[in-house]
Design a protein around this ligand. Structure first.
Ligand SMILES: [Zn+2]
Length: 75
């Protein structure tokens, strides 16, 4: 699921000791290994769509969303 700049998101850092199982990162489609610190991103309106991201991949995605927001015409 591609995130929209309109989504209200909650981002939480997962510490290496909390990362007890592997996830697939939607940013690069590679695995986040257990024991690897990463980010959990939860759309406030759709908590079921929460995804685990590599920290670096999430930083890129957050910048992309930021640029999209900046490009938008204001209502
Ligand atoms: Zn990634």
């Amino acid at each position: 699921m591609l995130l929209s700049p309109d989504d209200d998101l909650e981002v939480r850092h997962v510490q290496p000791y909390e990362a007890v199982k592997p996830y697939r990162c939607p940013g690069c489609d590679h695995e986040i290994r257990s024991g690897e610190g990463h980010e959990v991103v939860v759309p406030t309106a759709a908590p079921d769509h929460r995804r685990h991201w590599h920290s670096g991949c999430w930083q890129r995605e957050a910048r992309r969303l930021e640029r999209e927001r900046a490009r938008r015409p204001r209502p």
